[in-house]
Design a protein around this ligand. Structure first.
Ligand code: ADP
Ligand code: NI
Length: 213
């Protein structure tokens, strides 16, 4: 079987139990958005590395697995078994280890390759817009966070531990989501990110208005 097909099946299997908005459908959309970025910006990249990283990017994340180290070892072995070269294995693992908002903000994230920057923008677009609003609410439900509490103000986090402490869905918009458009690497990512953020701001205006009754 073609390598990318094996990787897609691996992602599907490993995300089957995922219930916080980082499921296989999110991996598929990340991959489609990455393709869109490549086309729109006319980028010359290794498409296999982009697609593979898009499908696998959340599998070794502490949000999805209780043992990221073990998930990483298992993934490395799998990539070797389907005959990925050691350059491909390293390229994919380096991207997925360094792409997340939390690793960029709180850890010493390595600079990303162009392939990594594309997947990072695709993943960030997934956190924005109508889908982003629903994913934040879905994540909140899974973690027992409240939707909104006017007595809790948004925080500026300094450690990953604090960032992972429960917040509210609406605070997450200010704590992370609205910061994303400025952090984009690609032209399409930035433009689409701003468009999606504008929609979310519109949504918030309506949300606050409903609460004034
Ligand atoms: P990354 O994997 O880039 O570090 P996050 O851990 O911030 O990203 O989470 C990815 C997605 O999970 C977010 O875009 C959001 O949809 C959801 N999420 C994470 N933390 C929260 C939170 N505290 N409240 C609501 N949604 C969250
Ligand atoms: Ni993701």
């Amino acid at each position: 079987m073609e390598k990318i097909k094996c990787i897609i099946s691996y992602a599907q299997e490993n995300l089957a139990q995922e219930k916080t908005g980082h499921d296989f459908a999110h991996a598929q959309r990340t991959s489609s958005l990455a393709e869109k970025i490549i086309k729109t910006d006319g980028l010359q990249v290794d498409d296999f590395i982009v697609m593979a990283s898009a499908y696998l990017h959340d599998i070794i994340d502490d949000k999805v697995t209780s043992d990221p180290e073990k998930a990483q070892q298992k993934l490395r072995l799998f990539l070797q078994q389907i005959d990925c070269s050691s350059t491909e294995v390293e390229a994919i693992l380096t991207i997925i280890q360094n792409l997340s908002f939390s690793s960029e903000k709180f850890a010493e994230a390595k600079p990303l390759s162009l392939e990594g920057k594309i997947v990072q923008d695709a993943d960030r677009l997934e956190a924005l817009g109508a889908g982003g609003i629903l994913r934040a609410a879905y994540f909140s439900g899974a973690h027992g966070q409240t939707i909104y509490d006017p007595n809790i103000s948004p925080q500026d986090f300094h450690t990953k531990e604090d960032y992972r402490k429960p917040s509210t869905t609406i605070n997450h918009f200010y704590e992370k989501l609205f910061l994303l458009p400025e952090m984009m690497n690609t032209s399409y990512g930035k433009k689409e990110g701003i468009r999606r953020k504008t929609f979310m701001q519109e949504f918030l205006r309506e949300f606050y208005q409903e609460r004034q009754v």
